[in-house]
Design a protein around this ligand. Structure first.
Ligand code: ADP
Ligand code: MG
Length: 439
């Protein structure tokens, strides 16, 4: 692989293009049967760029061919994807932990939205290593996409592995777990499957919600869970919702998931977004002025993965053009993000701004978990308006309002509708707000 990388460096048009696009590529796996080179890149944006730019992809292919003298096809994946999408797991029953090196506690920025989940994860990792301490088992972390669940879960794995290398740590997604199970049944290797999972000391299963409605998988997982739990081995699970809200999940699993500690992780507030951007820029050795950091943090709110993507676009642009990054260049670079949002004429951001201003609350409070009526009511009104004025689905609206459940949105909608019927001045007020938003 290093020979291939040397070739690439010699043959790329400019050193800046090598550094920007190829330098971080890593070889994940070679599939000899299918003649595929699985290559990973750290971020989605690089993958899109390399995959969509056929001349870049052709260059990678050519360099692989030059070195190996075999006609391999490169497939570019993000590191996250490579953890879930490489097949052929069935032949490989050795518990490899499959952890991403980046996902460690040291790289995790703690803020209000994730401090509890972070503290719980660290406590589980530490107490697990101390046999005399009670540890919460399982630890169940839930929250919306891109908020750091996988990162925290793997950080526990890294921590345990680094403190005690004899511990067998296994990270899988629930899809991998399901696929391995299916393969093992088809190939009569069910025994091997069971042995693999029951030998593990620390089992990390990501996105467990996907085993709901798969009866056989739930059954198998139930037994794995019991066996590990009984012998005092640690289980960590993540999901997009709390156990009781996972539809079609068996009752006996729901109750077991609640045996230990259930923690949630919310969307980051502005300060945390700024801190995350600073830390990422620093770790890449990039000097970005504060006003640019603030600009990105104020405009990219939904999740941390997007926040990282926005930052790396800005960094890649400044590398390519060797220009200083200013707020204006950042705005140009992030134009795509805005365009896609502006096409929807009315978005929840505008709604939140107008409602927050009218009710004199802080816009970040709208998405927060605060329940005082002075905040909760404007939030419900904003959700009502979002349902009236946008095409967004209920779950999507919930997601945009601080990762709430769709039933919360329905409740808000019905309540505000009822109140408007009873209170004419409220009705007039909301109609005025909607007019202002449309304008
Ligand atoms: P989830 O599993 O909840 O969808 P991830 O754990 O994959 O989210 O996080 C998405 C990205 O954001 C990852 O690259 C992760 O490293 C980063 N990230 C999430 N939370 C934090 C944090 N608190 N500090 C630093 N990086 C974070
Ligand atoms: Mg995840």
């Amino acid at each position: 692989w290093s020979e291939i990388m040397n070739k690439l460096e010699q043959q790329s048009m400019a050193s800046v293009s090598f550094n920007t696009w190829y330098k971080d590529m890593k070889l994940k796996e070679i599939d000899e049967e299918e003649k595929i080179f699985y290559v990973t890149v750290p971020i989605e944006f690089m993958k899109t760029r390399l995959t969509n730019n056929s001349s870049q992809l052709r260059l990678v292919k050519k360099c692989i061919q030059d070195v190996t003298k075999v006609d391999y096809t490169p497939i570019i994946l993000t590191e996250d994807e490579s953890n879930v999408s490489l097949k052929k797991e069935s032949n490989n029953f050795l518990p490899k932990s499959r952890l991403n090196q980046k996902y460690i506690f040291e790289n995790f920025v703690v803020g209000k939205s994730n401090e509890f989940a972070h503290a719980a994860s660290l406590a589980v990792a530490e107490s697990y290593l101390n046999p005399h301490e009670a540890h919460s088992n399982p630890l169940f972390i839930y929250g919306g996409v891109g908020l750091g669940k996988t990162h925290l879960m793997q950080a526990i794995g890294h921590f345990v592995q680094s403190q005690d290398p004899s511990k067998k740590v296994l990270y899988v997604t629930s899809e991998q777990f399901t696929n391995e199970l299916i393969n093992s049944i088809q190939t009569n290797k069910n025994e091997a499957f069971r042995n693999k999972y029951r030998r593990v000391d620390l089992l990390l299963i990501d996105d467990i919600q996907f085993i709901a409605d798969k009866d056989r998988t739930q059954e198998e997982f139930f037994h794995t869970f019991n066996e590990l739990h009984e012998s005092n081995r640690q289980i960590v699970l993540t999901s997009d919702k709390p156990p009781k809200d996972i539809k079609a999940l068996e009752e006996r699993l729901i109750s077991r998931f609640a045996w230990g500690l259930v923690v949630d992780i919310g969307p980051p507030d502005l300060e945390t977004r700024i801190a995350i951007l600073r830390s990422k820029a620093e770790s890449e050795g990039f000097n970005i002025p504060n006003n640019v950091i603030n600009f990105i943090a104020e405009n990219v709110k939904s999740n941390i993965r997007e926040l990282e993507g926005a930052l790396s676009r800005v960094m890649a642009y400044s590398k390519l053009t060797t220009s200083e990054i200013s707020e204006q260049t950042a705005a140009i670079v992030l134009k795509d993000l805005y365009n896609t949002k502006k096409e929807k004429v009315i978005n929840t951001q505008i709604i939140k701004e107008v409602v927050a201003k009218s009710y004199k609350v802080n816009i970040d409070d709208i998405d927060s978990k605060k329940r005082t009526r002075s905040i909760a009511y404007p939030r419900q009104i904003a959700m009502y308006i979002a349902r009236e004025l946008t095409d967004l689905s209920l779950p999507k609206i919930g997601e945009e309002f601080g990762g709430r459940d769709h039933s919360t949105v329905i409740h808000a909608y019905n309540k505000v509708e009822r109140d408007m019927e009873e209170d004419t001045s409220l009705k007039i007020k909301i109609n005025n707000l909607m007019r202002e938003i449309k304008e």
